[in-house]
Design a protein around this ligand. Structure first.
Ligand SMILES: [Ca+2]
Ligand SMILES: [Ca+2]
Ligand SMILES: [Ca+2]
Ligand SMILES: [Ca+2]
Length: 440
């Protein structure tokens, strides 16, 4: 994949970078660098971003034909295509070891199975005639997903399964449409239990921990899309009025409002939240984030920006485009210690670092960057305790080659997804049936 790049050396380069940073300032919050991992030719959906900034997404080469879908891995500037066949491959997730799971249509009659990519091998975790949707994997290698059964109200019964690497266990109760399971590294699981026997449908948020399933909601309108972080804090959305979603936050039995007017939330270890807000004025979805307690708009464009995923660095991967042509997008954080946000940590960062320690306001006026990048010991504060780790980083000459100043303009560029061996095809008989991860 090629990015245009401009040498950072010399005063001219520095001045140009400042100008470009100013140009892009309105597009990307300070301390972040926007990258589009693909162009808008195909239908890309981001599944997850891990704490090594690896992003998995699925690409449908024909937007309304799921059997043209493949799994992609973005890793440090390179996109790897993991599948290449006429089976459906969608809903990927990745853990911090780089193990990838997704739904793969290789079961009887093309039904979906939970597939795992590890050590360059694909292993199937399930093998039956039922649809196994949207697996998630934690850092223990344990997984959850939902298995749809052709029975029950609306023929939509679906069960949540948990797999600990040895055995599969059904967590959900029979007779409901259970979907959208996520798990954390404590093997705590959260999901939505829809009741399609009700009209209109109702739902509850369910949580599994320590062998027990509990219900976290009561009488909320359309609660769904839950997430859970590694200290057990949960989020989900509900619909307080017909035209508005709201993000709730649950911690140790206490539920509070996290973000007004947002949907589709994901939460990281620090409690940062990424979500999508509907903008009535231009009929778009935009990415928003709550990072270090500050709610910020992350995108400002004509796209539908959806599917936001956030890692523990506060980086966000999402899908951006029209409903039919969608790119995989990424807000990368500049590296720790890069106090002038030029993509490298070096001697040029010393003066901005000192300013960030002395006066965060003055720093933010002088640099379109993030003073928290000075928190080099990672304790959440910027102070003298960060000096030694900062000096170590600069001394190590740690250069981050992947973030180039010039691409901060990051307009739609040439397709980065190369498919040289792909023979275009159109599988027969595959009618489009959208798989709702949540209900509209
Ligand atoms: Ca495929
Ligand atoms: Ca199956
Ligand atoms: Ca720098
Ligand atoms: Ca610190």
């Amino acid at each position: 994949m090629k990015h245009a790049s401009i040498s950072m050396r010399g005063a001219f380069g520095a001045a140009l970078c400042l100008a470009l940073a100013a140009l892009s300032a309105a597009q990307t919050p300070p301390g972040y660098h926007r990258e589009y991992l693909t162009d808008w030719t195909y239908f890309n959906r981001v599944g997850a971003i891990n704490n090594h900034s690896q992003i998995v997404f699925s690409t449908r080469f024909v937007w309304d034909d799921p059997n043209t879908s493949e799994i992609m891995l973005y890793d440090n500037g390179v996109i790897y295509q993991l599948t290449l066949d006429t089976y459906r491959d969608e809903f990927p997730d990745i853990n911090d070891d780089g193990t990838i799971v997704w739904s793969r249509g290789v079961g009887p009659g093309g039904t979906l199975e939970v597939a795992m990519y590890k050590n360059d091998q694909i292993t199937l975790i399930t093998n039956d005639a039922f649809q196994d949707y949207a697996p998630k994997i934690n850092n223990l290698g344990h997984m959850v997903w939902n298995k749809r059964l052709p029975q029950g109200c609306a023929n939509a019964d679906s069960d949540i399964y948990f797999y600990d690497g040895m055995t599969q266990q059904k967590l959900s109760q029979d007779g409901f449409n259970n979907q959208g399971a996520r798990l954390n590294d404590l093997d705590q699981v959260i999901w939505t239990r829809y009741n399609d026997c009700d009209n209109p449908w109702t739902a509850e948020i369910m949580r599994y921990a320590d062998g027990q399933v509990t219900q976290l909601t009561q009488n909320l309108i359309e609660p769904q899309v839950p997430d859970i972080n590694n200290v057990g804090i949960c989020t989900w959305q509900w619909r307080p009025s017909a035209d508005r979603f709201e993000i709730l936050r649950w911690e140790n039995g206490v539920t509070s409002v996290a973000i007004n007017s947002c949907a589709n939330a994901a939460i990281n270890l620090r409690g940062d939240i990424a979500c999508n807000r509907w903008h009535e004025e231009n009929q778009t979805w935009q990415m928003w984030s709550l990072v270090n307690g500050t709610l910020r708009q992350m995108t400002f464009d004509a796209f539908w920006n959806v599917d936001g995923r956030i890692n523990d660095l506060g980086e966000i991967g999402w899908s951006a485009g029209t409903p039919f042509q969608v790119a995989a997008a990424y807000n990368r954080r500049y590296p720790l210690g890069d106090l002038n946000c030029d993509g490298a940590v070096n001697i040029l960062d010393v003066n901005p670092f000192v300013l960030a320690l002395e006066d965060a306001v003055a720093y933010s006026e002088a640099h379109y960057c993030d003073p928290l990048l000075a928190d080099t010991n990672g304790d959440g504060n910027v102070n003298i305790l960060d000096i030694n780790p900062f000096v170590d980083i600069v001394a190590a000459g740690r250069m981050t080659s992947t973030v180039q100043c010039a691409s901060a303009t990051s307009s739609p560029h040439e397709p980065s997804l190369q498919r040289p061996n792909w023979a275009p095809f159109r599988p027969s008989g595959a009618a489009f049936s959208p798989d709702q991860e949540y209900k509209p």
